[in-house]
Design a protein around this ligand. Structure first.
Ligand SMILES: *Cc1c(COP(=O)(O)O)cnc(C)c1O
Length: 381
């Protein structure tokens, strides 16, 4: 067993009642007992996603669900428009391009939010250029919580712009769904992807995706071949034809789905508002204590996601050294910066058990102890 606990940007530390599901006898991925668990899981997920759209539970990482959605919706040679402000925006572009889909990036600086008005201004030209080039734009992508910078992009406003231009919106809510309210139906979002191992707080195993009727239709009409497993049409076939006993094409990680089911029951019991509030309160307390120690938020507080604190380092602190000290002496692991922000920020998660006060206080103690050792002129090893 590791001698440290997770406060990284995901995966997250999870409750023992969830872990115990992984140690129970394995169920088959079909039949009555399985269907009872799966159907309840879908219902609870619809509640969490605030949607009546179909939900898919897909073995694999979040990226795999994006690949499935984009390749199914957009014929090869057609394109995606992507307002982007960080590492995961670039990831979505790479996924689309790998499937022969063109990508029009609308770039914003890392550390700044996506601006919906700029997106609206640029769209008419981008749409007509893409049409003229014979590669029409068929959808818009957005990272909701850009986990590389802790910015929560203005999803509702971007969804309004995509609706204005009649573009289906594909949202990466991998590190936001379950941390803040996302009324999927009310905001009219066509595809929303999350994973078990961030705000929902289950060990890594599955991606979870909501799919609108319009997206099922786009997939059905897509004339290009785009694989079997990562193909919405394959999943549709199993829902329609094997729906009462095996509504997915392949074997499922049944222990992980039982763990997910158990966790969703717990979240229902806490209530969504209470569940979000615990994350929010942990973040607010942590940020005020860290500000007092000289660590400021990277994003404008109005756009800072409660799920993760991305903090600028102090000029006298090497963030890698501080994080190493806290893992070794206080048993808590947080994240550093990605790409251009490596060595410049720390990222401390408030998802899963990391929202518990014991974790938050433990990390703050670690920072204070590190600063004290440095003040005394010792080498913090
Ligand atoms: C963690 C994360 C991902 C990566 O998901 P995988 O499950 O590793 O594919 C994608 N997007 C965001 C915003 C994330 O935080």
């Amino acid at each position: 067993m590791s001698d440290f606990r997770l406060m990284i940007a995901g995966p997250v530390d999870v409750d023992d009642e969830v872990l115990s599901a992984l140690a129970e006898p394995t169920l088959p991925h079909y039949g009555q007992e399985w269907m009872a668990i799966l159907s309840e899981t879908f219902e609870m997920l619809q509640h969490l996603f605030q949607t009546h759209n179909d939900i898919l539970v897909i073995p694999g990482p979040g990226s795999s669900a994006f690949e499935m959605a984009l390749a199914s919706m957009i014929p090869q040679g057609h394109s995606l428009v992507m307002p982007s402000n960080g590492f995961f925006g670039q990831r979505m572009r790479d996924i689309a391009e790998s499937r022969g889909i063109g990508v029009h990036m609308i770039e914003f600086p890392m550390g700044q939010p996506v601006d919906p008005a700029t997106v609206r201004d640029q769209l008419p030209d981008l749409l007509s250029q893409a049409d003229a080039a014979g590669a029409p734009i068929r959808a818009m992508g957005l990272i909701h919580h850009e986990t590389s910078t802790g910015i929560l992009n203005p999803l509702q406003e971007v969804a309004a712009v995509s609706a204005e231009f009649d573009l289906p919106l594909v949202v990466d809510a991998v590190s936001s769904l379950g941390g803040v309210s996302i009324p999927v139906d009310e905001w009219g979002i066509d595809v929303v992807v999350t994973v078990a191992n961030k705000c929902i707080a289950v060990p890594p195993a599955v991606a979870i995706m909501s799919v609108s009727d319009r997206v099922w239709q786009m997939a059905g009409e897509n004339p290009t071949k785009h694989g079997w497993y990562q193909n919405l049409n394959t999943w549709k076939w199993y829902i329609e034809n094997w729906g009462d006993w095996h509504p997915h094409p392949t074997t499922m990680p049944t222990n992980s789905v039982v763990a997910l089911h158990r966790r969703l029951k717990r979240i229902e019991q806490i209530g969504l508002e209470g569940y979000f509030a615990a994350i929010h309160d942990a973040a607010a307390y942590f940020r005020s204590e860290m500000a007092a120690l000289g660590f400021e938020l990277l994003p404008d507080p109005a756009f800072a996601a409660p799920m993760l604190s991305a903090l600028k380092t102090r000029p006298d602190v090497d963030p890698a050294e501080m994080l190493r000290y806290i893992v070794e002496h206080h048993g808590l692991m947080a994240s550093g910066g990605l790409a251009d922000l490596r060595g410049k920020i720390i990222r401390v998660g408030h998802m899963g058990r990391a929202s518990e006060m014991g974790y938050v206080e433990g990390f703050l103690d670690g920072v204070r102890a590190y600063l004290k050792v440095k003040e005394l002129g010792a080498t913090p090893v």
